[in-house]
Design a protein around this ligand. Structure first.
Ligand SMILES: Cc1cc2nc3c(=O)[nH]c(=O)nc-3n(C[C@H](O)[C@H](O)[C@H](O)COP(=O)(O)OP(=O)(O)OC[C@H]3O[C@@H](n4cnc5c(N)ncnc54)[C@H](O)[C@@H]3O)c2cc1C
Length: 404
């Protein structure tokens, strides 16, 4: 096989939402960009369940044909069941493959070179600075010298770790999910399920894509539990635990198995170094309450591409990348930190405690609920909830967030 060496302004590692978005804005700003994705197609292996928020998708320009709108939100615990009904759809479940391929279209149209089935195996360093990557591609081995590398490799943080800038995540979530054919379901309501039957350190989910297509999954926190999410998931489907009981004797058949890991210890303290930006899951940019990071990956991916392209005239040294780190931290760090506190409280709850905890949600308006689950913990919102919520346990929860 051929061995080649090339020069690019920016090498992006990872063709998930963060990498594709970074490649898009960097190429749009005029940088010469190459992106490596190890899988054989964009979104070939789906590692996410794709729930996000319609307002965020609209703001980010994601066309509505790529998602199923959700209006109602259900929480199921062993002996409790709460449903919060909205007047309009505010959440949605993405057609992940189509949505990510749309992001790839945008990057390609701006001129980014996309390399699929191309795994980055090593990083080139010149002294302390990251100066490029080595990859194995269908056309042979490729060495890319670049002024900036954007590590958007997700949970693995391939480049950041190989460059010795960050360590492996020690707290994380592991999730298994089936995307299923299903006889007639309510396509406007998603559900989260908690308690031992579903997950001993996490939760399970039921996210509809249409009346006949649903993602059913289980997430488990490590190191709190060593349970295998797929075993729990098989049991949920076999026993038809709520809300699958509503299918009755109807059919539910898996079409795809998705499996993934997500960091769950807050954000990386350090997301930049000389010649290196980390973005998306590699930087810990996800909300640990419902393990959601797609909107952050797109938004901060775009930011990384913009700041990265700007930094080229300063040789992309750390100083020239500070604006990226400051901007994303200002937007997300304290929310993620507060959400982590709620999650730490949730991860140890017994079945009985869960039955009480989800009562907190019953008295919330749909907007309060959405702010909460999105980790939009503004001081004013939390103060209002902490002062006026009728339940003591709820006031404790909101006070805890206020103090974080
Ligand atoms: C089970 C589960 C459920 C989730 N559910 C939701 C949800 O409902 N809503 C939500 O918003 N978020 C959800 N998330 C989180 C969300 O998936 C992530 O926050 C998001 O995918 C982060 O995007 P990313 O681009 O940083 O990383 P990824 O999407 O992981 O993309 C990284 C890409 O890099 C590639 N790659 C890795 N290493 C290399 C290498 N060495 N060379 C080349 N390519 C490489 C990978 O193949 C991958 O395509 C979930 C996560 C999990 C695990």
């Amino acid at each position: 096989m051929e061995e080649k060496e090339e020069r690019f302004d920016i090498a992006v590692v990872g063709g998930g939402p963060a990498g594709l978005s970074a490649a898009y804005t960097a190429a749009m700003a005029g940088a010469k960009v190459i992106l490596f994705e190890k899988d054989q197609s964009i979104a070939h292996n789906i590692r996410t369940s794709g729930v996000t928020w319609i307002s965020e998708m609209e703001r980010l320009g994601m066309p509505s044909k790529f998602y199923n709108p959700i209006q109602n939100y259900r929480f199921v615990s062993p002996s409790n069941d709460v449903i919060i009904r909205g007047d309009a759809a505010k959440s949605c479940v993405l057609d992940v493959r189509a949505a990510y391929q749309h992001l790839a279209f945008l990057a390609a149209r701006e001129g980014a070179q996309l390399m699929i089935k191309s795994i980055v195996t090593d990083v080139i360093k010149e002294g302390q600075r990251v100066a490029g990557v080595k990859a194995s591609t269908p056309a042979g081995k490729l060495t890319v010298h670049s002024r900036l590398v954007i590590d958007a490799s997700g949970f693995s943080t391939s480049v950041g770790r190989k460059a010795g800038v960050v360590d492996q995540w020690s707290r994380y979530g592991v999730g298994a999910e089936y995307e299923c054919y299903c006889d007639d379901i309510d396509s406007t309501t998603w559900a989260l399920m908690v308690g031992q039957n579903y997950s001993d350190a996490g939760y399970a989910w039921f996210f509809p894509l249409s009346k006949n297509r649903v993602r059913v999954g289980v997430g488990i926190g490590r190191p709190e539990s060593n349970a295998e999410p797929l075993e729990k998931l098989n049991n949920i489907i076999e026993k038809r635990f709520k809300p699958l009981d509503a299918i009755g004797d109807g059919k539910i058949q898996p079409l795809e198995l998705h499996y993934g890991f997500i960091p769950n210890e807050g954000v990386r303290h350090n997301s930049i170094a000389d010649g290196l930006i980390m973005v998306g899951d590699s930087a810990g940019q996800s909300n640990p309450l419902v393990l959601e990071g797609i909107r952050y990956a797109i938004e901060f991916g775009r930011l990384a591409g913009e700041v990265g392209a700007d930094s080229l005239s300063h040789n992309s040294d750390r100083e020239s990348l500070l604006q990226y780190e400051r901007s994303w931290k200002a937007k997300a760090e304290s929310r993620i930190h507060s959400a982590l506190k709620v999650q730490m409280r949730w991860i140890g709850l017994t079945d009985e405690q869960w039955d009480k905890e989800i009562e907190i949600l019953r008295d919330m308006t749909v907007d309060e609920f959405l702010d909460f689950i999105k980790a939009d913990f503004s001081r004013v919102n939390m103060m209002k909830l902490a002062l006026h919520h009728p339940k003591v346990v709820a006031r404790q929860l909101f006070n805890m967030i206020l103090k974080s």
